[in-house]
Structure formats: C-alpha cells, structure tokens
Write a protein that binds this ligand. Structure first.
Ligand SMILES: Cc1cc2nc3c(=O)[nH]c(=O)nc-3n(C[C@H](O)[C@H](O)[C@H](O)COP(=O)(O)OP(=O)(O)OC[C@H]3O[C@@H](n4cnc5c(N)ncnc54)[C@H](O)[C@@H]3O)c2cc1C
Length: 347
C-alpha cells in the first residue's frame, strides 16, 4: 500500500504538517521514535506569529503570556524593553506537544512509533526503511526530523560543518516569574533567555560557544540572574542541543520535502524556530496538495528569508562583547526602534 503522505518526525513541525495535511484531506501518517509527550531543549517563547499560526490549526496551548523582550546587561542594572503589538506566550514544550498531538488525533492523523533509518525513491514513490518494521511506501514525504536530520543525510544534502559552533542548554526553575517579558541577559560569548512559562515556573535557556554545563555558565556569565533565581528548586532535567547553524542548500529532493529545523537553521536567538517550523510545514503541505512540490523551495525561501537576514545580522552585531552595552543603551534611549524591530517577530 502506498500512502499519500508520510511525515517523518513528530515534533512541532511534523505535528503542524500533519494537522495541515489532515485539513486538506491527505490522511497523513506520522513516524516518531519517542513515545508519549516529547520534551526538548527550547527557550519556549512562542512569538505572536507562532500563536497566530497555532490558532489557525485549532491549537491553543496553556502557558503564560508575555508582552515583549527585555535586553539586560548580565553584569549591571542596564536594560531596555521592547513591546510586541500583540501578546506572545511562554509555553512548556510538553504542553505544546500535548496540544498539537491531541489536535492531530482529533483530525484522525495516524501515528507509528519507529525510527526511519533509510530511504530510496523512484519516479512514483518513496520507500522508507525502519528498524524492526516493514518498509513504508509513500507518494510524498515531509522530513521534519529536526536539526540533525537523518533524512537529509540519506538524501545526500548534508550541510558542511558550521563555521561557528553554538550550543544551547535549558533548565526550569520553580519560581514565580518576576517579569512579563522574556529577559535576555547578554554576557561574553553567551546569552541567557528567561521565559515565564507558568505562574510558578520560568525556563532558562543559555546559548553559548564553548561547551560547558548549565551551572558553570550560570555562575561564570550571569551572576545577576543567578542571584535573582536564588535557591529556587530545579524543575526539569537539563536538555541540550547543537551545534546550530545547519545551512542546507536545498529543501527538496524528488518526492521528499524538508521542513522545520531539518530544512535548515541558523540560531535560536530570535526565538522563531516553532513559528518557522509551522510555516514551512504549511508551505510543504500546500505544495503537495496542489500537485506542485517543485514550487516548495521558492515558498520556503520567501517564508524564511527575513529569519535568515535578521538572525545573521544579530549574530554578527552582537558577537563582540563591547557592543552589548551601547546596543542596550540605544534601544533604551529610542524605544520605537526596539518596538519596530519586534514587529518583525510578530509576523
Ligand atoms: C536552546 C534552544 C532555545 C530555543 N528557543 C526557542 C524559542 O524560544 N522559541 C522558538 O520558537 N523556538 C526556539 N528554539 C527552536 C525550536 O526548539 C526548534 O526550532 C523546534 O523544536 C523545531 O521543531 P522541529 O519539529 O522542526 O524539530 P524537533 O523539535 O527537533 O522535532 C524533530 C522530531 O523528529 C524526530 N526524529 C528524529 N529523527 C527521526 C527519525 N530518523 N525518524 C523519525 N523521527 C525522527 C525526533 O524524535 C523529534 O521528535 C530553541 C532551540 C534551542 C535548542
């Protein structure tokens, strides 16, 4: 039996794609190796664009709203605050996964617990091989298997090693959020993102260049944040990810379309990964449903262009430490500049 659409990966992108596909009557199958509700290293800030897209899918995950972004110097009281035009939301990954999966199940999406480890394709179909399970045939495949995608490797479009190796690690603390903003603490070679995710919980995600554990990074780079957290109990197991910066040269090969992190990624610093995953998933489903998969790469480029420009620009601008204070001072002195730049994240 050849299925119309198989989605590899049941993260936000794969589940978003499955909901879009079910809404188009494509009867998708999602293959995912992890059982139950899936957690992952993430800053958990859903920007207004992500919230809007989730609503379009009929998904409204529980979380804590935030009004914008606050840039803080890690070693002093200097800070600048920018507002979104509409609220964003801090949402635990577990809550996000649960609500997307529930919606997919409600629409009749089929799930298979397994890991795809090989792929071949003819003019008419894609054949996926899985450990200990019979091969699966599909007319089209959406690869949503994350930053270090197996499908991408199998297709022979693996990117070259990143020029700059950045990693991320996240931990939750049981503490009442002290701010209605996502706070970003800038330090030398590392940033800490503090997201309110519930009335009694904040998530702290640290992005950094050299490898180090969460405690070392917190103590060495973010003393002000460390004292703010005080003795708040740890509320989750540390989760890490990286290296980021996977510049993929094409997002389609034959009948396989790549979406979300699998299709390419630069860095989480703008907090747009989930929004981009959902948008690229929608574009991939549209291309398949309309019988024009060859048009997907153009749609992918126009959907992600702004993300790549903004992220590349911010990574270059904020790399030297001496820039952080003047940048925060400028944004503090001219709030419309900060608010206008945040509008980009709201779309
Ligand atoms: C530290 C950090 C902070 C971040 N902060 C934010 C933020 O604040 N806001 C935001 O929007 N984004 C943020 N992101 C980015 C966001 O987490 C990702 O962009 C998002 O998870 C991408 O979703 P995805 O479904 O494409 O990939 P993933 O979430 O990685 O899901 C991929 C799925 O594919 C499955 N899979 C893998 N291999 C196979 C296989 N061979 N066969 C079948 N299935 C497979 C995996 O088990 C996984 O469930 C952050 C990321 C990091 C690392």
């Amino acid at each position: 039996m050849t299925r119309p659409l198989v989605i590899v990966g049941g993260g936000p992108t794969g589940l978003g794609a499955s909901i879009h596909a079910a809404q188009q009557g494509l009867s998708p199958l999602v293959i995912e190796p992890k059982e139950g509700t899936i957690d992952k290293a993430c800053g958990e800030g859903l920007m207004p664009g992500a919230i809007e897209h989730l609503h379009k899918l009929g998904v409204d995950p529980e979380g804590r709203p935030f009004k914008g972004i606050r840039y803080c110097d890690a070693h002093s009281e200097l800070q600048a605050t920018g507002h979104f035009p509409t609220p964003a939301r801090g949402v635990r990954r577990l809550k996000l996964h649960e609500s997307l999966r529930e919606r997919a199940q409600e629409l009749g999406v089929e799930f298979l617990n397994g890991k795809v480890d090989g792929l071949s394709q003819t003019d008419d179909e894609v054949i996926l091989s899985l450990r200990d399970i019979d091969n699966i045939q599909a007319e089209h495949v959406i690869a949503a298997d994350g930053l270090h995608s197996t499908i991408r490797r199998e297709l022979g479009i693996e990117p070259s090693p990143p020029p700059r190796r950045r990693f991320g690690v996240r931990r939750h603390f049981q503490i009442e959020p002290w701010s209605d903003f996502v706070e970003v603490y800038w330090s030398d070679g590392a940033e800490a993102y503090v997201t309110p995710v519930a009335d009694d919980c904040v998530g702290v995600a640290i992005l950094y260049e050299p490898q180090a554990g969460f405690d070392t990074l917190l103590i060495q780079n973010f003393p002000k944040l460390q004292s703010r957290l005080g003795s708040a109990p740890q509320a989750s197991k540390d989760q890490g990810a990286g290296p980021f910066d996977q510049r993929v040269r094409s997002q389609r090969k034959g009948r396989v379309l790549l979406a979300g992190d699998a299709a390419g990624y630069l860095d989480p610093l703008t907090g747009e990964g989930v929004a981009l995953g959902l948008k690229t998933a929608e574009a991939a489903v549209q291309a398949i449903a309309s019988g024009t998969p060859h048009k997907y790469e153009a749609a992918y480029r126009s959907t992600t262009r702004r993300y790549y420009w903004l992220t590349r620009g911010l990574l270059t601008l904020t790399r030297p430490r001496f820039v952080h204070r003047p940048l925060i001072q400028t944004l503090r002195a001219i709030p419309p500049v900060f608010n206008t730049s945040l509008r980009f994240l709201a779309t």
